[in-house]
Design a protein around this ligand. Structure first.
Ligand code: F6P
Length: 469
């Protein structure tokens, strides 16, 4: 089996330097767990930016992981211009179809190029013939082409975790050709949905004028082809299932429900981001309470917001707007000390998160645009095919698979209000029927399936010797 080199902006651990010395903590998240298994089985290295850390390598002894981490070093200014700048203020809003939020500064592009060169150089130092190199996400578009130009003796795959916008949106970007050519240095490019793959191919056709074949999808270059695959990321299904069955976690969920004191508990869990549709969701909930006084004392929405990207003013502004909406709704509808909305601004540990999923009758997953959205799948896994309603945005990647959810246009608070009414009125049989179908889908396409399928596809590509493309 070929060795694996994983390349991503964020590392599977966070390194914090405090007065007591350096503390290394694992990043919470499914991807790290899935790739852990693949790295353990195949051997290899993870190449990533680990924050202001000065050693070139974090060893297994330091991290407790089965593989070493090669640290890519970035100066504070580079983090600002490459990560906060080009990645989060240019590519992120563009890919999520928010062109008016794109803030371009010429120095962002230079920093992005230089950071990508730094990541590619780290791969060159670590690679041995026959390796599989797996590059993740929009932070590292230029890495595949840099690796090909360097002639590395390995197959290179990319997975694009966020949405890929249509050419009318992607084409706004001055560097569209560079980014597309950068990605086409790979042997295989994966997207979350068929729609994302089709959008990418349409941009390749339009802006690079290259021949594209639709079935099976691939781009024809001189002397080689780049395969394209739609492969929706899954979750660590068994782990969520077994945590949801754990008596301690179940007891926490019961206590939570008692504390909330409502007949019906609704839940939203989101990283702080304007793409997540949190404000529109709160407005939809407010309309439900306005229209149905009878529900005011019987329903409670728990909204968990996980802090994120707080260096950026628009994320701080989003936090302020959420705080205000929560205050307004609770100010209007709290009755005899019973607030209809409970809001926490914190990262939840895995067990706590599962307890919230268990306590919730309805999960509201209403992003304005999302690559996949794993909260939707996690909620389903924790319900174990039993009672529970998933209200899901049409514009989340997960909507392509989870058809039995209550679908909603997340931009429209009235549509959210109606989806909440449907959820409240749904019979227990209907809830169970839908949840069972959702559970089968989430269980059969889990994170292990996703990792294995991608790596098998990558290993099967022709892997034409890398030469300058
Ligand atoms: O969805 C893309 C993604 O990079 C996820 O992998 C990650 O959870 C999220 O965006 C936030 O990323 P970060 O905090 O690294 O900017």
């Amino acid at each position: 089996m070929a060795r694996l080199l994983v390349v991503s902006n964020r590392a599977p651990v966070e390194v914090e330097r405090g007065p007591q010395g350096t503390r290394i903590a694992r990043t919470v998240g499914g991807l790290a767990a899935a790739l852990d298994d693949a790295l353990r089985a195949r051997g290899g290295t993870w190449i990533a930016w680990v924050g202001p850390h000065h050693a070139d390598e974090l060893t297994s002894t330091e991290t407790g992981l089965a593989y070493p981490i090669r640290a890519v070093r970035l100066k504070e200014r580079e983090v600002n211009d490459y990560y906060s700048g080009f990645a989060n203020q240019v590519l992120w809003p563009l890919c999520h179809t928010f062109p008016s939020r794109v803030h371009v500064q010429p120095r962002y592009w230079n920093a992005y190029r230089q950071a990508n060169e730094r990541f590619a150089a780290a791969v060159q130092n670590a690679v041995v013939p026959g390796d599989l190199v797996w590059v993740h996400d929009f932070h590292l578009c230029l890495v595949p082409r840099l690796l090909r130009a360097a002639g590395i003796p390995a197959r290179v795959g990319v997975f694009w975790h966020v949405p890929f916008p249509p050419p009318s949106v992607f084409g706004i970007l001055r560097w569209r050709e560079d980014l597309l050519s950068g990605l086409l240095g790979a042997d295989l490019i994966g997207f979350q949905t068929e729609q994302d793959a089709a959008n990418f191919l349409a941009s390749v056709r339009q802006f690079l004028e290259l021949p594209v074949i639709d079935n099976p999808p691939r781009v024809v270059l001189s002397g080689r082809e780049v395969s394209i695959v739609a492969l929706p990321i899954g979750i660590d299904y068994q782990r969520f299932r077994s945590q949801a069955a754990d008596p301690t976690v179940r007891a926490t969920a019961t206590r939570l429900r008692e504390t909330l004191g409502a007949d019906v508990v609704m839940l939203g869990v989101d990283r702080l981001d304007y793409t997540k549709g949190i404000l529109e969701r709160l407005q939809g909930y407010e309309r439900l309470l306005e229209r149905h006084p009878v529900w005011r004392r019987r329903v409670c929405l728990v909204q968990v917001v996980v802090p994120s990207r707080d260096r950026l003013p628009e994320y701080r502004e989003m936090k302020r707007a959420i705080d205000e909406a929560v205050g307004r709704i609770n100010g209007r509808f709290t009755y005899e000390g019973q607030a209809p909305l409970r809001y926490t601004y914190t990262a939840l540990g895995r067990e706590n998160l599962v307890a919230y999923y268990l306590a919730a009758d309805v999960a509201l997953v209403t992003p304005l645009r999302d690559g996949m959205n794993l909260v939707a799948k996690e909620y389903v896994a924790c319900r174990a095919g039993e009672n529970g309603v998933l209200v899901l945005s049409e514009f989340a990647g997960a909507a392509h698979e989870l058809r039995e959810a209550v679908m909603v246009n997340p931009y429209d608070p009235e549509a959210i209000r109606r989806a909440l009414e449907i959820s409240l009125a749904m019979s227990p049989e209907e809830r169970r029927r839908r949840m069972r179908a959702l559970d089968r889908r989430v269980g059969s396409r889990d994170l292990g399936w996703w990792t294995q399928t991608f790596l098998t596809r990558l290993a099967a590509t022709a892997g034409t010797a890398a030469t300058a493309a």
